[in-house]
Design a protein around this ligand. Structure first.
Ligand code: FPP
Length: 262
């Protein structure tokens, strides 16, 4: 398994195509409302945007994509909307997993899936089993996920797997904890995208976003696809990723550039 650099322990390597994109898919309800449609129609169209985005990531060479489908706070929504979303997740997992498998996509659901009804848990288990050895794109769907929950469950699991650490807390390292986070095995996201006009993290990947570049757009999620992903990547390519260093440490001095051109 590839071991990825932690952005706070070392400086990760970067490239023009982000290795890992994380997206808060917001604005489904408003997309539907602006067309006098029920909110759920926006979620259904949101699935089409997911498919376009997955396809675009495969074409562009993005290796990891993490999508926020249902937060630990989304249970507060009206019960009919929660129930329709659960039906939609089951339908997508059953209907589209074969196509994902053919595209060599590895699907992983991150979050506390024990809260889901058995039918959804079974669909998740079989989709993950079918796609577990695939490697073209690692697609993480966050469902009943919360960043605080993730850090807490990692802490508990770290102490369960290594009880001596409880008596020696000063020995606990970042790596001890991070290997128990849901996204272990994935690099930290290079690019975070949020559609729908809000500019907040909403309890997504709180640990992993430490040095991620943020991109916000007013466009609603059902309209998202390759052109908007490319706009976000364009913006990403105009950022200077310093990881705590100075600009001078990153840009070679002009004299050196001239010398190396000779
Ligand atoms: C946020 O829009 C969207 C959600 C909470 C659900 C996301 C679900 C999908 C995109 C469809 C299924 C996805 C997968 C991966 C199977 P909102 O309802 O908060 O929109 P609003 O802010 O306009 O009300």
């Amino acid at each position: 398994m590839t071991v990825y650099t932690s952005s706070t322990l070392d400086v990760p390597s970067t490239s023009n195509i982000p290795k890992h994109v994380a997206i808060v898919m917001d604005g489904n309800g408003r997309w539907a409302k602006s067309r006098l449609m029920p909110r759920f129609a926006g979620h259904k169209r949101g699935v089409d945007a997911v498919k376009r985005t997955v396809q675009a990531c495969c074409e562009l060479g993005v290796e990891h994509l993490t999508l926020f489908a249902f937060s630990s706070e989304n249970w507060r929504r009206p019960p009919e909307e929660v129930s329709l979303l659960m039906r939609l997740f089951i339908r997508v997992l059953r209907k589209d997993v074969e196509a994902m498998h053919r595209e060599n996509i590895c699907l992983r659901i991150i979050g506390d899936t024990t809260a889901f009804e058995p039918e959804l848990q079974a669909a998740i288990a079989s989709a993950q089993e079918l796609t577990k050895d695939n490697s073209r794109l690692f697609l993480n769907i966050a469902a009943n996920y919360g960043g605080r929950w993730d850090i807490l469950q990692a802490t508990k699991n770290m102490l369960k797997s290594n009880p001596e650490l409880a008596n020696n807390p000063d020995q606990i390292s970042e790596t001890d904890l991070s290997r128990h986070l849901c996204l272990q095995g994935s690099p930290e996201p290079d690019l975070f995208i949020r559609t729908g006009g809000e500019q907040r993290v909403s309890n997504f990947l709180l640990w992993q976003l430490a040095y991620t570049e943020f991109y916000f757009t007013d466009k609603f999620w059902p309209d998202f696809g390759k052109p908007m992903l490319l706009e976000a990547i364009d913006s990403y390519n105009n950022r200077e990723r310093r990881f705590g260093r100075t600009s001078e440490q990153i840009q070679p001095p002009v004299a050196n550039v001239r010398q190396s051109a000779q």
